[in-house]
Design a protein around this ligand. Structure first.
Ligand code: HT7
Ligand code: ZN
Length: 874
């Protein structure tokens, strides 16, 4: 496969002003009539009059230029390109293609899911529908007429506003949609199906009434309320915080069962994976509700950050994704607890994005090259991209950042632009120089800050020495220092914040400062300190960096209970637990488990003053994945055993406190989705999980009762998970059977049922995973099912996946090969756990490598999997 380079970007040779589409949908295929009004791009760099259009898996039925059919020697069909050697300056091109949505298992372009037609065009799916200059810097106005059988497909949708509809012969009908906003083809969408609609309205800040609709299959009609409310909250928030008003008269969301990712922001017609939109108290967990709110908001926010202002090319993907993730995380923080949201974001970043940044697929937030763009919808583009925008926000302050975003939207409305245009708008609005800051977009790898300190008792001066380095990554070495905002505070021995006086004459300095690191080495002095302070570093995780500082356990225990920065309070607890677990990994025998850790957890379990949402987070031990990420050469079974040992020790020592915590947080009256109620459910289910971890009899009775009596999915699933992970085998078997029996008709709950088993080292050993793949509810064509069994096993059941002997690796390689033929995007994502083979100790890494080679040697490997496997083996 070919590599595409940012440095080779050229503006398009031809532009499209208008697209007229007519879809004839049938059971055995679809005919697509497309008329493009095109003209030569005055900004084109190459001369000549050759037109090249992209195409993939299309049957060309006819081609006409300005109404004249083209003879077969007047164009070339080169498989993925349609070339017309000579075209005029301006012309109309009519293309008719035949496609087979019913056989489209890649789920790119037009395909069928549960009997309905739907599309996924980002990044390069539109070329699977018709020949087109399928690149985001070609923006056109679309009119789309959809024709289909009226009884099978009563609902016919596309982008924009409906302008005409009517009946046709043979029981067919049509609807025509017009989208007044020029858009790239990746934002095109079409849906045809037998769907019910939930309606609502939203009055915008300027008083316009917007028609809101969520379309779902009839059986899901009662599961749309939460998403609708989340949508209205998002619309209001974007007006209030970013001054962004919705622009069309109608906004639609459609739920689709078979979908490669979470959701898609098509203009006016967002298409969602069912699991990211459908929810009810008895079928969705609190985490699912929060995810739905965040994704609904994310897709809605794209209407401005992505659709009105879009990307010039796919190297700029983080322009829309990083900015929009930042916006959705601000929104979620405003809707709930900012500290808890920050903890969740940083957990994902440090566990998974840092791993990506240190692995063979590491790439900058603005990559310089790719083979298959679908492989670049990564945590680096999304999460690190959002962190980069967050740093700009923090460097500028909320007011200037808003000025910058207003300028960006005004300046570039209707354009396809670059990350550099975004930074420029921020610079122009604020007057700040972000020249060095741009390196965050160009350099891959997670910067490392080595921090040491020194206290001069006599002078009362405390000094922080900070050394920055950016590690080498594939294709990049010898990196420059980056501009890093490093937020800190200092505490006295009573836990009181100390004034940060940076000059010898200063007094009454602020309690927190953001130190701006721009050089390889910095020293900062703080004056007037009567005792050695305890530093609180990188507050609120002010930059996506690794900090190395020789923390003592005393300091961590102190920060855990005193740091006014909620994030650092949580992080101190994580660091302490990591230290305790790591010392057990290093010396499994004879290492005493830190008694102060037990006492710290006891305090937490009984702390009813502290924000209970924060307590709930603080009680969660660092995950195995994070512990692996932190180790040099990971021995997964050893990490797993050490973590289990600590959990067992804590649960045994704190048994009575756990029971008390459970009881205190049980019986909350009517189900509510407030932050307080969510925190109580989380505390109760953590206590239950710990009690069952030590096979406590009383815990078991509580779990069985909760499983049977729960009035919501968080509690029912919490009890199921606790039973499944316990030694009470008959309860485990019974609960799993009962759960399936009750929810077998609900695909989203069946996915939970699969994932509870696939993630459990008791119920998810390889033979059990293989049995799940044979289960009648499993479906290889449905990405959610594949993720909930194969993805969860390899990504979350780490001890089983890394079982000595390599059976887990061979299993994954087999499933990747199998999927590669039907859905390469999903296959390429599944490879991920194998790609970091160098991270593991030799007996594991050699077998992981062998599994990758096995995939590499498959015949007819897709471009998607080829890129991931070859880069991993390089
Ligand atoms: N912008 C959307 C990306 C997306 C996607 C990309 C590749 C293949 C399938 C896909 N489905 C959706 C989602 C988003 O970030 O909002
Ligand atoms: Zn997005």
């Amino acid at each position: 496969p070919q590599t595409i380079y940012l440095s080779e970007y050229q503006p398009p040779a031809y532009l499209v002003d208008h697209v007229n589409l007519r879809f004839e949908l049938f059971e055995d295929g679809a005919r697509v009539h497309s008329t493009l009004s095109m003209r030569r791009n005055p900004a084109a760099m190459q001369s000549g009059s050759t037109l090249e259009l992209d195409g993939d898996s299309l049957t060309l039925e006819s081609l006409a230029l300005n109404g004249q059919s083209l003879a077969s020697d007047e164009y070339r069909n080169e498989g993925d390109k349609l070339v017309i050697p000579t075209v005029p300056e301006a012309f109309e091109l009519t293309v008719v293609t035949w496609i087979e949505p019913q056989n489209n298992t890649r789920l790119e372009g037009l395909y069928k899911s549960s009997g309905m037609f739907c599309t996924q065009c980002e990044a390069e799916g539109f070329r699977c529908i018709t020949y087109y200059p399928d690149r985001p810097d070609v923006m056109a106005r679309f009119q789309t007429r959809v024709e289909a059988d009226k009884s099978a497909y009563p609902v016919l949708l596309s982008n924009g506003n409906p302008v005409e509809q009517g009946d046709l012969e043979n029981g067919r009908h049509f609807v025509t949609w017009e989208d007044p906003f020029p858009k790239p083809a990746y934002l095109f969408a079409l849906v045809a199906g037998d769907l019910v609609e939930k309606r609502d309205t939203f009055t915008t800040c300027s008083g316009r009434n917007i028609d809101l609709r969520i379309y779902v299959e009839a059986r899901n009609a009662r599961k749309c309320d939460y998403a609708m409310d989340a949508l209205k909250r998002s619309m209001r928030w974007d007006e209030e915080v970013y001054g962004r008003e919705y622009d069309l008269d109608i906004f639609m969301i459609v739920a689709v069962d078979d979908f490669n990712m979470g959701a898609m922001e098509n203009k006016g017609l967002n298409i969602f994976n069912s699991s990211c939109v459908l929810a009810s108290q008895d079928t969705a967990t609190d985490a699912a509700f929060q995810r739905i709110e965040a994704i609904v908001a994310h897709e809605y926010f794209h209407n401005w950050s992505g659709n009105r202002v879009t990307c010039r090319d796919w190297f700029q993907l983080s322009l829309k994704e990083g900015f929009t993730v930042f916006r959705d995380s601000q929104f979620s923080a405003d809707m709930g607890s900012p500290t808890v949201k920050r903890i969740e974001d940083v957990t994902l970043l440090r566990t998974a994005q840092f791993a990506e940044d240190a692995g063979p697929m590491a790439h900058p937030v603005r990559p310089a090259s790719y083979m298959e763009i679908s492989n670049f919808y990564t945590l680096t583009i999304y999460e690190k991209g959002a962190e980069v925008v967050r740093m700009i926000h923090n460097l500028l302050g909320a007011e200037l950042f808003r000025k910058g975003s207003d300028l960006y939207f005004d300046r570039h409305d209707g354009q396809a632009v670059t990350t550099d245009d975004f930074v420029k708008a921020m610079e122009d609005a604020s007057g700040r120089d972000l020249g060095q800051f741009r390196l965050w977009y160009e350099q891959a790898g997670t910067p490392v800050l080595a921090v040491s300190d020194h206290y001069d008792e006599v002078q009362g001066v405390y000094r922080l020495d900070i050394r920055q380095s950016v590690p080498d990554t594939p294709g990049q070495s010898g990196k420059k220092p980056q501009h890093i905002p490093f937020a800190i505070g200092l505490l006295d021995s009573e836990g009181q914040p100390l004034p940060l006086n940076m000059g010898a004459e200063d007094s009454n300095g602020p309690a927190e400062r953001v130190l701006e690191l721009t050089e390889t080495q910095h020293s900062f002095e703080f004056h007037g300190l009567k005792e050695r302070p305890v530093p609180s570093l990188l507050r609120d995780f002010s930059a996506p960096v690794r900090v190395h500082y020789p923390w003592t356990r005393e300091q961590l225990l102190f920060l855990m209970s005193h740091d006014p920065d909620g994030f650092n309070r949580w992080d101190a607890g994580q660091k302490l637990a990591v230290d305790v677990i790591q010392s057990l990994v290093d010396a499994p025998q004879g290492t005493e488990i830190e008694p102060r850790l037990v006492e710290a957890y006891r305090l937490l379990l009984n702390d009813t003053e502290l924000d209970q949402a924060l307590v709930a987070k603080m009680l969660l031990l660092p995950s195995e994945a994070y512990l692996i990420e932190l180790s040099e050469q990971a021995d997964v079974p050893a990490i797993h055993d050490a973590r289990e040992q600590v959990l067992t020790h804590l649960a045994q020592a704190l048994r009575d406190d756990l029971l008390a915590c459970y009881q205190r947080n049980a019986g909350q009256g009517d189900y509510q989705l407030t932050p307080g109620a969510i925190a109580r459910r989380s505390l109760r289910n953590t206590a239950l999980a710990w009690l069952l971890h030590i096979d406590d009899k009383q815990g078991r009775a509580l779990a069985v009762e909760q499983f049977e009596q729960a009035d919501n999915m968080t509690d029912r699933l919490g009890a199921l998970r606790a039973l499944v992970n316990s030694g009470f085998e008959s309860d485990r078997i019974r609960a799993l059977a009962e759960f399936f029996e009750r929810f077998q008709d609900d695909p989203q709950v069946v996915e939970l049922w699969f994932s509870v088993q696939a993630s459990s080292d008791r119920a998810g050993q390889l033979p059990q995973i293989q049995a799940l793949l044979e289960h009648p509810a499993f479906d290889w064509k449905n990405p959610n099912k594949v993720r909930s069994v194969v993805g969860v096993f390899a990504g979350q059941n780490l001890a089983a996946f890394h079982k000595p002997g390599g059976s887990g690796y061979r299993f994954l390689a087999d499933q990747v090969c199998r999927l590669d033929d039907s859905n390469p995007q999903i296959a390429a994502r599944l490879v991920s756990p194998l790609t970091r083979w160098k991270k593991f100790s030799p007996q594991y890494s050699s077998q992981m490598k062998t599994a990758l080679e096995r995939i590499r040697d498959k015949t007819e490997l897709s471009r998607d999997v080829y890129e991931v496997v070859h880069k991993s083996l390089a």
